[in-house]
Design a protein around this ligand. Structure first.
Ligand code: GUN
Length: 174
């Protein structure tokens, strides 16, 4: 639900590199380096090719870079969310999952689960908030807390690709 005018793929393909990164860089939370690398592969024939190039950039990057990307995500119902200090995209994502309408008990539950998850894995719990409501997210915590770190890095990146695809669809036409 971007308020901005949508941009066509032809326009994206023709932008100076800096402008491309300014626009497409927002697709990954605080991580413009992904658009910077993928942008070198322009022109893209269609939306799917652009999305694939962005995701492949992440998959081909070091584990250190992948962890930095995961760690760039705010906690769901975390301190930043409660203080209204999220990016516009993150605010909308958390609201769409119903996370801005929680009871104090639910807020406490999310904070306990965030802490348990971060304590086990050393990075925040990432699930695509626009595709999951509160109960599904809470079930996700329960289930994923049992996973191995390697499984969770893989799952977190898959969720980030879903977040990115929805953000990219918001930005682009067609
Ligand atoms: N942290 C966990 N899930 C999400 C999400 O969907 N969006 C953002 N921005 N941060 C998250």
């Amino acid at each position: 639900m971007a308020e901005n005018k949508k941009i066509s793929l032809a326009e994206l393909n023709a932008l100076p590199p800096k402008e491309f990164v300014r626009i497409v860089g927002q697709v990954f939370e605080h991580s413009p380096w992904i658009a910077e690398i993928a942008g070198e592969q322009r022109p893209f024939a269609d939306f799917e090719n652009l999305q694939r190039a962005l995701c492949e950039t992440v998959k081909n990057s070091s584990e250190e870079k992948q962890l930095a990307l995961i760690r760039a995500h705010p906690d769901l119902v975390g301190k930043l969310a409660l203080a209204d200090q999220l990016t516009r995209e993150s605010t909308n994502e958390q609201a769409s999952a119903g996370l801005t309408q929680l009871t104090p008990g639910e807020v406490a539950l999310f904070q306990n689960q965030n802490a348990a998850y971060k304590n086990k894995f050393g990075f925040p719990f990432v699930i695509c908030a626009r595709l999951n409501k509160k109960d599904a997210i809470l079930k996700g915590f329960e289930r994923r807390l049992k996973n191995s770190p390697a499984q969770e890095i893989k799952t977190a990146l898959e969720e980030i690709f879903k977040i990115a695809e929805l953000r990219l669809r918001d930005l682009t036409q067609g």
